[in-house]
Design a protein around this ligand. Structure first.
Ligand code: NAP
Length: 436
């Protein structure tokens, strides 16, 4: 029997478990460990609440979770309840699938002012992540600056711009729903330090900005390259740029009824955030591209008002004591997924925060192939039984998948009309819901 522990129960974790089941059949036992009492990581806490169809992939993970040789062990924190060394002693292979839940820091003066939030905090707030339940975004102001030109920046701009009706069918948590309902947002500036051909936005997500009830996107036609240059782009990117061209052609008459403007500010690098105790404005430097398509400051600066700033410039993996880490790239140091004997990583913890949910599938299958090469039939470790003995000794109260199903049912029962669930936000509430 092979014993595998997967740390992290988001997409990368479940695809790895699925791959191990497929490859090893009944000759494997897999424990899926999460520090939270609820599974699915990014699906629950990262995917936007108004993108429910993307969240449906959790059904596939549930199939894996419900099979006999896979077990969910929630509410168990590595480094507190059990160490990595202890885990690697118990299991033939430990896979770190811990994602990249922390914000990459924006290295400019003023980034620590009140009212400047990282996307992990802002997204975590509207998605009900227990780590971010205390976030209090200043939504009373009119001007929000969103830094970055990726899909997370799009999510943030869209969530800030939707009407309450447009959240129908979503699982946005109540505190965010209510605060956004009374927000005064009139202008969302999307700052990109490079140009329209360098965005990291996918067409489906970008196209949504053009179909909002009370908001309209604005693109300055002067920022767009010659139309012929689009032919050199790969098809997805070309489609995205086509949306930007459509946004640039929106007539003023269309904007009359719109109370929110989402303005793309290209070739614009933030250099300083200013304010008296809290954010008031962002100083931006005009940029141009060098021969390698990197942004270079031109020396010309201007100021834009900001009652709130959300940085959407990428994420990083939190280091774990004793596990080699690549600080520059914010991920575990690894060779194609191997960290050290018995210890592996997968998904964003391996690659850094790029790619879609589906990108984690081949990643999960690849790491299991490595494990198969390395561990053979298994080394007679104690695995699950050993973990249970250790946790009993330490009085650690773990949450099982059956417990999760009760939590899930309770969340569905208390959902607002039209919403699939009202998430519990505090860990204690989640744990209490399992014994109802
Ligand atoms: P991302 O795609 O890497 O985009 C980060 C953006 O931040 C880039 O535009 C980057 O510009 C900019 N940036 C980085 N450092 C900066 C700085 N110091 N100053 C100004 N701008 C800076 O990251 P993300 O948006 O966080 O998304 C993470 C991953 O999740 C992506 O793979 C994304 O596609 C995926 N995702 C997918 C969906 C979806 O499919 N619906 C939704 C959300 C997220 P440069 O290009 O110039 O570096």
């Amino acid at each position: 029997m092979r014993h595998i522990a997967v740390v992290g129960t988001g997409p990368a974790g479940y695809y790895s478990a699925e791959a191990a089941q497929k490859l090893f059949g009944e000759d494997v036992s897999i424990d899926m460990i999460d520090r939270l009492p609820v599974p699915y990581g990014l699906i629950r806490f990262g995917v936007a609440p108004d993108h429910q169809s993307i969240k449906n992939v959790a059904r596939r993970y549930e199939k894996v979770a419900l099979s006999d040789n896979v077990r969910f062990v929630g509410n168990l924190t590595i480094g507190e309840d059990i160490s990595i060394d202890e885990l690697t002693d118990l299991y033939d292979a430990v896979i770190l699938a811990t994602g990249a839940p922390e914000d990459r820091a924006l290295p400019i003066p003023g980034a620590d002012l009140s009212g400047v939030l990282g996307s992990a905090a802002f997204v975590g707030w509207y998605n009900g992540h227990p780590d971010h339940s205390e976030v209090d975004p200043p939504l009373d102001g009119t001007h929000v600056v969103v830094i970055g030109n990726g899909n997370v920046a799009l999510d943030v701009a869209r969530i800030l711009s939707k009407t309450s009706d447009e959240f129908s069918g979503s699982d946005i948590v109540l505190h965010a729903y209510e605060q956004l309902e009374t927000a005064n947002t009139e202008h969302v500036a999307l700052l990109g330090r490079r140009g329209p051909h360098q965005i990291a936005m996918t067409p489906k997500e970008l196209g949504e900005l053009g179909r909002l009830e009370r908001a309209a996107p604005r693109v300055d036609p002067n920022d767009l390259p010659e139309e012929g240059a689009d032919a050199l782009l790969e098809p997805g990117m070309r489609k995205s740029v086509t949306f930007l061209r459509e946004f640039a052609a929106i007539p003023e008459s269309f904007r009359v009824d719109k109370s929110v403007e989402i303005e793309f500010d290209f070739f614009a690098a933030p250099v300083r955030i200013e304010g008296d105790g809290k954010v008031e404005q962002v100083v931006v430097e005009r940029t141009e591209l060098d021969a390698d398509l990197r942004s270079q400051g031109t020396g010309e600066t201007y100021t834009i008002p900001a009652s709130m700033v959300v940085t959407c410039i990428g994420y990083q993996t939190p280091p774990i004591e004793g596990v080699p880490f690549e600080h520059g790239r914010g991920r575990f140091a690894n060779d194609e997924g191997r960290i050290m004997p018995g210890l592996y990583c997968v998904g964003w913890a391996k690659r850094g925060p790029t790619g879609t949910i589906g990108t984690n599938r081949p990643d999960g299958y690849a790491v299991v192939d490595l494990i198969a090469e390395d561990i053979g039939e298994g080394a007679g470790k104690t695995g699950r039984a050993g973990l249970d003995a250790l946790l009993a000794e330490r009085n650690v109260d773990v949450v099982t998948f059956r417990d999760w199903k009760k939590i899930e049912e309770a969340e569905a029962d208390r959902a607002r009309e039209g919403s699939p669930r009202e998430k519990f936000i505090e860990i204690e509430e989640m744990i209490a819901a399992r014994s109802r």
